[in-house]
Write a protein that binds this ligand. Structure first.
Ligand SMILES: *Cc1c(COP(=O)(O)O)cnc(C)c1O
Length: 351
C-alpha cells in the first residue's frame, strides 16, 4: 500500500484546498516590529498570536516519544483531531466510519456533526472480538476505522498483530486512539507507522500527563498526511499558554512517570478492594487509569456515591454494559474514601 493510494482516500476538495496563509506562517525569521497581524501592540504576555506550527512543543513531544517530528500533528485536544480526520476523509452523506460498541463517544458525535454515517461493530462478552469477524463486517464505503486501545470504557487493549492483520484487509484509514497508552504494558502502535501509511495514532496530554485543561491532542501519521492536516486545521488552534505550559510540564518527565506508576499501583489496589465489595459483581481488568465495574444496581450505587460527594460515570446505556460504572483511579486518599463509602453501602437503606 503506497501513499498515492492514501491520497485517493482524501476528499478531493481537501486535496485541492489552498491553505489559509497566516501572518505568522508567511514571515518566520526574527524581527522586532510586528505590524503584520493586526494585534494590539500594547498589551503584554499574550497580545501576539501563537506559533501556528507549534515548533518548540512539537520538538519536545517528538523527543519525549523518540519519534520523528515530521510525523507529528497537534490538535486542540484529540477531540479536534477526531473531527479533522472525519472531515478530511469522509464525504458527508456518503462515507461511513466504523467504531466498536462500546467505545469512546466522540467518534460518533463528530461523525454526526459532519453528516457521516456510523457503523458500529459490537464487541463480544468480555469486550474482545474476532478479527476475521471485523474484516467480514467492513464495507467499501467505510473510510475510517476507529480503534480505541486501551478501550474507553472497557479498559482492554487490542493486540498490535491484530492491527496489522486488519490493515492488510482494510482499504481505509485506521485510527488507533491511544489516550491511555501510558497506563498499559502494551507497546504503542507508533512502531507500525513505517509499514502502515494508512495508520493514524492518537495520543493526548489530557490523561497520563495531566494537562486536560490545556487541550493538547497528539497524532502520529505519515508525513504526507501531516501536511494535509496542517492545511485543514485552524491556523492558531493551540494557544500560546497551552504550548508554553505543556513544554513546562514535559520538562519534568520523572514527575510524570512517577504519577503514572502511582496511578497504576492504585489501580491494582482499587481493583482488589472493589472486587471484595458485596454490591459489585465484577471488576474488569484495565490497561487505563479507570476501572469498569459490573454491579447489581448501577443507578442506585451511582446516586449513593453522589450523595457521598463522589462522582463516577454510569455507562449502563452502552452495549454489554448493563449496570456498569466506570471509575477513574484517584489519589490514595480519594480511592480509600471511595472504598470506605462503598463498603458501607446497603441497598436496603437506599430509596
Ligand atoms: C479522554 C479521551 C480523549 C480526549 O482527549 P483530549 O485530548 O482531551 O481531547 C480521546 N480519546 C479517548 C479514548 C479518551 O478517553
Amino acid at each position: 500500500m503506497d501513499t498515492k493510494y492514501i491520497s485517493s482516500l482524501i476528499r478531493p476538495n481537501i486535496l485541492s484546498l489552498q491553505a489559509y496563509s497566516s501572518a505568522r506562517s508567511e514571515f518566520k525569521s526574527e524581527s522586532e516590529i510586528f505590524l503584520d497581524a493586526n494585534e494590539n501592540p500594547y498589551s503584554s504576555a499574550f497580545n501576539r498570536y501563537p506559533d501556528p506550527t507549534q515548533k518548540a512543543l512539537k520538538a519536545k513531544i517528538a523527543k519525549w516519544r523518540n519519534l520523528n517530528v515530521d510525523q507529528l500533528f497537534l490538535g486542540n485536544g484529540s477531540d479536534e483531531i477526531i473531527d479533522l480526520i472525519i472531515r478530511i476523509f469522509c464525504k458527508p452523506g456518503q462515507d461511513n466510519i466504523v467504531t466498536f460498541n462500546p467505545t469512546y463517544g466522540m467518534y460518533k458525535v463528530c461523525a454526526g456533526i459532519n453528516d457521516v454515517n456510523v457503523r458500529c461493530f459490537d464487541l463480544e462478552e468480555g469486550f474482545g472480538f474476532r478479527v476475521q469477524g471485523l474484516i467480514d463486517f467492513l464495507m467499501p464505503n467505510d473510510k475510517v476505522l476507529f480503534i480505541c486501545s486501551p478501550n474507553n470504557p472497557t479498559g482492554n487493549s487490542i493486540r498490535l498483530e491484530d492491527i496489522v492483520t486488519i490493515g492488510r484487509n482494510f482499504h481505509g484509514i485506521i485510527v488507533v486512539d491511544e489516550a491511555y497508552i501510558d497506563f498499559s504494558e502494551q507497546q504503542s502502535c507508533t512502531v507500525l507507522l513505517d509499514d502502515m501509511p494508512q495508520l493514524i495514532v492518537l495520543q493526548t496530554l489530557s490523561k497520563a500527563v495531566g494537562c486536560a485543561g490545556l487541550r493538547i491532542g497528539i497524532a502520529w501519521m505519515h508525513t504526507d498526511l501531516v501536511k494535509i492536516f496542517n492545511k485543514v486545521k485552524p491556523p492558531y488552534n493551540i494557544s500560546n499558554i497551552g504550548q508554553d505550559m505543556a513544554i513546562d510540564k514535559l520538562n519534568d518527565l520523572s514527575k510524570i512517570n512517577r504519577e503514572i506508576q502511582d496511578i497504576k499501583a492504585q489501580r491494582s489496589f482499587l481493583a482488589d478492594q472493589l472486587s471484595k465489595c458485596q454490591s459489585i459483581i465484577k471488576v474488569y481488568p484495565s490497561d487505563g487509569n479507570f476501572l469498569l465495574l459490573k454491579c447489581h444496581d448501577a443507578k442506585k450505587i451511582y446516586h449513593y456515591l453522589i450523595s457521598n460527594g463522589i462522582v463516577v460515570r454510569d455507562r449502563s446505556s452502552q452495549n454489554r454494559c448493563d449496570n456498569a460504572l466506570r471509575i477513574t483511579v484517584g489519589t490514595p486518599t480519594q480511592n480509600q474514601k471511595l472504598i470506605d463509602v462503598l463498603t458501607k453501602y446497603n441497598p436496603e437503606n437506599i430509596t
